[in-house]
Design a binder for this molecule. Sequence first.
Ligand SMILES: C=C1C[C@]23C[C@H]1CC[C@H]2[C@@]12CCC[C@@](C)(C(=O)O1)[C@H]2[C@@H]3C(=O)O
Ligand SMILES: O=C(O)CCC(=O)C(=O)O
Ligand SMILES: [Fe+2]
Length: 358
Amino acid sequence: MSMKLLKYENHLDLNSMKELPDSYAWSSVDDDSPTSCSSEPVPVINLEDPNAMMQVGHACKTWGVFQVMNHGVPMMVLDEMEASGRKLFSLPIQQKLQAARPVDGVSGYGVARISSFFPKLMWSEGFTIIGSPYEHAQKLWPHGYTHFCEVIEEYKKEMNTLVNKLMWLILGSLGITKGDIKWAGPTGELKEACPVLQLNSYPACPDPDRAMGLAAHTDSTLLTILHQNNTSGLQVQREGTGWVTVPPIRGALVVNVGDLLHILSNGLYSSVLHRAMVNRTQHRLSVAYLYGPPSNVRISPLSKLTDSCHPPLYRPVTWSEYLGTKAIHFNKALSLVRLCARRNGFVDVNDHNSVLVG
Ligand SMILES: C=C1C[C@]23C[C@H]1CC[C@H]2[C@@]12CCC[C@@](C)(C(=O)O1)[C@H]2[C@@H]3C(=O)O
Ligand SMILES: O=C(O)CCC(=O)C(=O)O
Ligand SMILES: [Fe+2]
């Protein structure tokens, strides 16, 4: 029997397993348990606050993650997305496998793409939608796919509006205006890259302290907007503190700084390392809207943010080039597009284009 089939068989069992199989036991998970009780909470920003831009900038600089309220996305759109996600993941495994992600593909049903970089399996299943959801939905619900498609399209529309709002707040906080962004249209709308929607399902787990829902990673995006249901599990790593839980707040959305915003801001705003934990009794669901630049745009540090004292730290890269690097090198991808010496004076060993400065 092939490994792929075995993995999917294990998946089939995730919802009913009474014990954690060894292949899912991450021995080191509780060595670095969260310190969230004692630490400062992840910032929660009211987007209607006149000071929102300053707060967003501060959160990007000091955390790389924040939650937003009064973001303009109707509660009903969030609830319907959640219900549709639940419906999808509660289908029988054979049905879900009709829409399985091809071995060399990106969209469809399957285990986390980053699984291959880890020796143990993750306690989760994912569904990636790129472009139109019709093809997948038709395979999942041959006789009733239109509602799912409508929900996805509506969700993407709302997320696109919000991502525009957030991008301009973030760029504004860096002193960047519309004329500085090549991929902004005449009325300031950011030309839409093909957005990616990632649905994640984390079934209740018999031994949550030894399991991992989604292993630590940064997103290969400019921004990610995450909707989590009422079950906690998302944790972010903060320098000097450790893992901090991002508590679910009804109606709020989590915003992550991704690697491409890290590059665009010349490292002023750092992409955030995050992971998802699982729990013993509740099924957890999350929906990530992954926002990147249009495919022909090369992202490099904004010239307004660089001068002779602050040279560009990264070389230009398109979203798809970066995804390709990430798919091969995973968490070394960002240092592989880095040009200059690190602030601590060392040159990254992976970086063959390094120039020492200062
Ligand atoms: C556009 C993207 C961004 C991807 C790859 C591709 C499609 C799915 C995205 C995710 C979603 C889940 C976490 C992640 C780490 C994963 O494994 O798949 C993400 C990855 C990335 O941000 O690198
Ligand atoms: O489920 C979560 O809270 C995290 C999901 C995530 O990090 C992702 O989809 O990229
Ligand atoms: Fe993520």
